[in-house]
Design a protein around this ligand. Structure first.
Ligand SMILES: [Zn+2]
Length: 112
């Protein structure tokens, strides 16, 4: 049974619970990004410089809840694409982290 995910961050949130082989596409250049999560850590990331912009659905600074708003959450293959995308982005401000940093933040909190 394949695991269906909504966005790049969802691959990783799902990866905290089970092993996942995820694919996403850079919203700026449409390049494929491959992300495998095993035992709660990132096993494979291509390209290795991929960055995640995410907006949490947790209430403010309450770190007891964690989840992402997929409409504002994207995985980018490189920083240049993130910058280009941000220039036209009108949504809520999010955080930019590496996929590994995201996993660490997400695993320390409860999903909302
Ligand atoms: Zn790109």
């Amino acid at each position: 049974m394949p695991t269906f995910v909504n966005c790049g961050a969802d691959i990783m949130l799902t990866g905290l619970l089970q092993d996942v082989e995820g694919k996403s596409r850079c919203p700026a250049c449409d390049r494929a990004i491959r992300l495998d999560v095993e035992d709660g850590t990132i096993k494979k990331l291509e390209p290795s410089g991929a960055l995640l912009h995410y907006v949490s659905c947790g209430a403010g600074n309450d770190s007891s809840e964690f989840g992402v708003i997929c409409d504002s959450t994207f995985l980018f293959d490189r920083e240049e694409c993130l910058d280009a995308w941000k220039a036209g982005y009108m949504g809520p401000a999010g955080r930019v982290v590496t996929p590994m940093e995201f996993l660490e933040e997400a695993s320390a909190a409860r999903r909302c």
